[in-house]
Design a protein around this ligand. Structure first.
Ligand SMILES: Nc1ncnc2c1ncn2[C@@H]1O[C@H](COP(=O)(O)OP(=O)(O)OP(=O)(O)O)[C@@H](O)[C@H]1O
Ligand SMILES: C[C@@](O)(CCO)CC(=O)[O-]
Ligand SMILES: [Mg+2]
Length: 328
């Protein structure tokens, strides 16, 4: 049995635009997905994912290669739920050359699904790391991040960045621009997260921005403007200027909103944070619903969010210094 964990993340700046080659700065947070893998003799895959539910059913599927969860929901939902883990195992078989390898996979995660905190990347990074090690192969961080990226890219129809997967594999704050991925020195940031209890599907939201960008020049310019905000944000991070970081986060949220990836509850939480005196607030990740990230060293934002209708949970997040952790 082999166990690995990997952290989720928030975006300080740059989600969506990073898919089109602009820079982005995500930051790993201490909320993890843990994936336990045991090799099977029969070449089959069985997945137990307690936190993943379809119509209220816990998802457990396998053990034949083509067996899908036994729940009465549309096939597209089943695919959406299972494709990241399936894709990760495909990468494991390819990179190890063990095409016939079978696994029991058990996933436990404290990252809400589809909420912008990078649950998919954390699950994929931890699954690839655990399953390769179970076969006696240890990938270095870059190879692990690359394989995880390929999984996300496949699921998102070829439209994915390396940001989530590199951040989850490496930990800390990172900067990603195309295939240039590096760690960043970031000041300690007072990160507060608000969660509306909902979710958005990354693949669909990315496709929406792609269509807008193709249809309107101003949408393409909006994507470029996000890149400019990120470059300014990097300077503010280097200076440790939290107020300026916050102001740029506000601007970044406005541009994401223009691209159609915010929602009423995300906007409500962003405004609640600003009204409470946060340095800045924005949605994080793909959007559509899920989480916002705000900066506030005081308790005010967390308290205000916890009383905001539509906010289901408000909590502080610590930077995760370590990316993937090899537990056993
Ligand atoms: N605990 C889990 N068990 C099994 N699969 C999971 C788990 N957490 C996430 N996933 C997979 O990841 C998908 C959600 O990924 P998606 O990219 O849409 O959201 P996210 O990664 O949480 O947010 P974002 O990409 O915006 O940061 C789920 O539908 C499921 O396929
Ligand atoms: C929306 C997006 O930029 C981040 C999702 O967490 C997609 C990606 O980078 O692949
Ligand atoms: Mg994701």
């Amino acid at each position: 049995m082999t166990l690995s964990s990997a952290p989720g993340k928030v975006y300080l700046f740059g989600e969506h635009a990073v898919v089109y080659g602009e820079p982005a700065v995500p930051c790993a947070i201490e909320r993890r997905a843990r994936v336990e893998v045991r090799q099977r003799d029969d070449g089959r895959l069985r997945v137990n994912a307690e936190d993943l539910s379809l119509n209220g059913f816990t998802v457990e599927y396998g053990a034949t290669a083509d067996a899908r969860p036994d729940v009465d929901v549309p096939e597209s939902l089943v695919t959406a739920a299972t494709q990241y883990v399936d894709g990760a195992i495909e990468q494991v078989r390819e990179v190890t050359g063990a095409e016939e390898a079978g696994f029991d996979v058990t996933i436990e995660s404290d990252i809400p699904l589809g909420a912008g905190l990078g649950s998919s990347a954390a699950v994929v990074v931890a699954a690839i790391d655990a399953a390769t090690r179970e076969l006696g192969v240890t990938l270095d961080r870059d190879e692990l991040a690359e394989r995880a990226y390929r999984t996300e890219s496949q699921v998102q129809d070829g439209q994915a960045s390396r940001a989530d997967t590199f951040c989850s594999a490496t930990g800390g704050a990172v900067r990603v621009e195309g295939d240039d991925c590096r760690s960043l020195e970031a000041p300690e940031l007072p990160i507060v997260i608000g969660f509306d209890g909902g979710a958005g599907e990354t693949g669909q939201l990315v496709a929406g921005v792609r269509d807008l960008r193709e249809e309107y020049d101003f949408a393409a310019h909006t994507v470029e403007a996000i890149g400019d905000v990120v470059r300014n944000g990097e300077d503010a991070l280097a200076d440790g200027d939290v107020e300026e970081i916050g102001r740029l986060m506000d601007f970044n949220h406005g541009l994401l909103s223009a691209l159609g990836v915010s929602s009423r509850s995300l906007d409500t939480m962003v405004w609640a944070a600003r009204d409470a005196g946060a340095h800045g607030a924005k949605l994080t990740g793909a959007g559509g619903g899920g989480c916002i990230v705000a900066l506030d060293p005081t308790e005010e934002t967390e308290t205000a969010l916890s009383f905001t209708p539509g906010c289901e949970d408000a909590f502080r997040a610590e930077l995760a210094e370590t990316g993937v952790k090899r537990v056993e």
